[in-house]
Design a protein around this ligand. Structure first.
Ligand code: RAM
Length: 545
């Protein structure tokens, strides 16, 4: 009897430790299955080059390089012996994501040795004209899209599709090696562009000013290109799904493609890859099978998952999904709260990375406090809409306390500014996030933002990601005209500098700003920069009249 009892207890213990180890163990397979069922179809179209171009160095243009149309015509290129041409740059006229197909045709005698071409694909002119080596970039050299392609006997006179999925507008082809025994021409070249976005479901009022129409168009192209089998961050780099990018893409998607199925897939992918404790991972890859980038623990992004689910639920009324993923939201919130001491998010207890922008030196203490309060409000709102408020009934009081603590510890009544961290840093993002969180009311928010923007030592955002939260804050606190001017100046500034998709990093004062110490490594079609779509459509009175 004793032995049986012992065995029963031991089994129970083992079961608890095996089954109890993974908080959502049972569900995760099902969640990944739902993600799989919501795999979108990629729509494809074939695009040919538009013109032959020549690079022009010009200090006055973005990053010092532009292209002009070459006098050498495209029709002639397809007929000309490439051994004599040796190099050519082609412009496809628009940003494309997909696969490149090329055919070489033997024009004279027969193949007797390999031909080797270098094919460099790029999103912007300077990327095409800056040497990559020795590589100064902080991420993999292989993100740069310069491919070496060999043509053996069997490859001649037939179409070859490069295996790498590319993201580009421009293509430079250079001859690296061939034989004098034969001649060839590149007689076919096309790009199969792909996206899961579908048709735009919205339109602008006929009264919309040209600049906002242009900004909206470029933002739509940006989002379309990033909509693949997930909402990617950048089709050139990093080809993956990040929660922070997803949240902003979702907001823009609501006012454009309205692709809820893709959103659902992304929400479930994250859910299915949560850690054993039920904590989300902040970014994931789809291939060869969905997996997380290991050890990327990023609390502000985990919290934005809750905001994304809330927005998705409000638009789609997909209650089943919201209820299914609700427990996961609670875990993210509880995890973030484990860093809160005396109503302040203690960033010194934190894991190393708390991302709000790539601007170097940004102090994130205030942002993190605000982001936690904002997430508490979103979690509570979601709970109310799902009838789950009993599960988080302490949140309203906690929100009040954390707001009061933020005011007491971080707000400088004299200047009207939120000061962040031990060095009392003045940043635009500290003010913006505190406005979003409702710590500063409209009047205080206006004062804080104006004071920050005119402060001599202000830390500005360096990306459209951070700038989104600045514009949002302006609109929340009634600085409508300033918000409009900011969108026109910031995103319109990129349009004026030739952007056909919006960039990952942008500082109007510094064209070479790069989080990775090498501007060509930046992504020039980047998810988080598509949010003018959201502003322009959400506030038609302001942007469309
Ligand atoms: C970069 C990417 C991505 C972003 C993270 C934090 O690697 O630009 O979009 O979400 O940073």
């Amino acid at each position: 009897m004793k032995i049986r009892l012992f065995l029963f207890m031991a089994t129970l213990f083992v079961m608890q430790n095996v089954c109890g180890e993974d908080k959502f163990g049972q569900q995760k397979e099902r969640w990944l299955q739902i993600a799989q069922e919501n795999m979108p179809t990629l729509q494809k179209r074939v695009v040919e080059p538009l013109r032959v171009v020549e690079a022009v160095k010009d200090e006055k243009v973005f990053q010092g390089w532009t292209y002009k149309t070459s006098s050498f015509r495209l029709e002639d290129f397809y007929k000309t012996n490439f051994s004599s041409l040796r190099s050519i740059t082609l412009d496809f006229g628009e940003h494309l994501t997909g696969y490149c197909t090329i055919r070489l045709k033997t024009t004279d005698r027969t193949w007797d040795a390999p031909t080797r071409l270098k094919m460099t694909f790029g999103e912007v002119p300077a990327e095409m004209n800056t040497p990559f080596d020795p590589f100064p970039g902080g991420l993999s050299r292989a993100w740069m899209q310069d491919e070496t392609v060999e043509f053996m006997e069997v490859d001649m006179d037939r179409e070859i599709t490069l295996p790498r999925r590319l993201s580009m507008r421009y293509l430079k082809i250079e001859l690296l090696g061939t034989s004098s025994g034969y001649n060839f021409a590149i007689d076919k070249l096309y790009f199969t562009a792909q996206s899961s976005a579908g048709e735009v479901q919205t339109s602008l009022l006929p009264t919309s000013p040209k600049m906002f129409r242009d900004i909206n168009e470029v933002a739509l192209s940006t989002l379309r290109e990033c909509m693949q089998t997930v909402f990617e961050d950048g089709p050139k780099r990093d080809h993956r799904l990040w929660i922070g990018d997803l949240y902003l893409q979702y907001l823009a998607n609501r006012y454009s493609f309205r692709n809820y199925q893709l959103t659902k897939r992304c929400l479930y992918l994250f859910a299915g890859l949560a850690t054993e404790k039920g904590i989300l991972i902040c970014n994931l890859f789809e291939l060869p099978k969905p997996h997380a980038q290991p050890s990327t623990y990023l609390v502000p992004y985990h919290l934005l998952y809750i905001a994304t689910l809330l927005e998705y639920y409000r638009d789609s009324h997909d209650r089943e999904t919201a209820l299914d993923l609700w427990p996961l939201c609670k875990v993210q919130m509880e995890d973030a709260l484990s860093f809160v001491e005396n109503d302040i998010f203690n960033t010194s207890k934190r894991p190393a990375w708390l991302f709000f922008d790539w601007r170097e030196g940004l102090d994130v203490n205030a942002c993190m406090q605000a982001c936690t309060i904002d997430a508490l409000s979103n979690t509570y709102a979601l709970a109310q809409e799902l009838g789950k408020q009993d599960e988080v009934k302490e949140y309203p009081a906690l929100i009040r306390r954390m707001k009061a603590a933020a005011k007491k510890e971080m707000y400088d009544k004299k200047s009207g500014l939120i000061l962040s961290g031990g060095n009392k840093q003045v940043s635009v993002l500290s003010q913006a996030w505190m406005i979003r969180a409702g710590v500063l009311n409209q009047k205080e928010g206006q004062r804080a933002l104006r004071a920050a923007l005119s402060h001599p030592e202000v830390v500005m955002p360096g990306t459209p990601y951070g700038t989104h939260y600045l514009v949002e804050a302006m609109l929340l606190c009634g600085m409508n005209e300033e918000a409009k001017a900011y969108v026109e100046d910031y995103w319109g500034g990129m349009v004026k500098k030739g952007a056909d998709t919006f960039w990952e990093a942008y500082d109007p004062q510094d064209d070479f700003l790069s989080p990775y110490h090498f501007a060509p490594l930046n992504s020039y079609c980047h998810a988080w920069s598509c949010t003018p779509i959201y502003f322009i459509h959400k506030y038609p009175e302001l942007f469309q009249k």
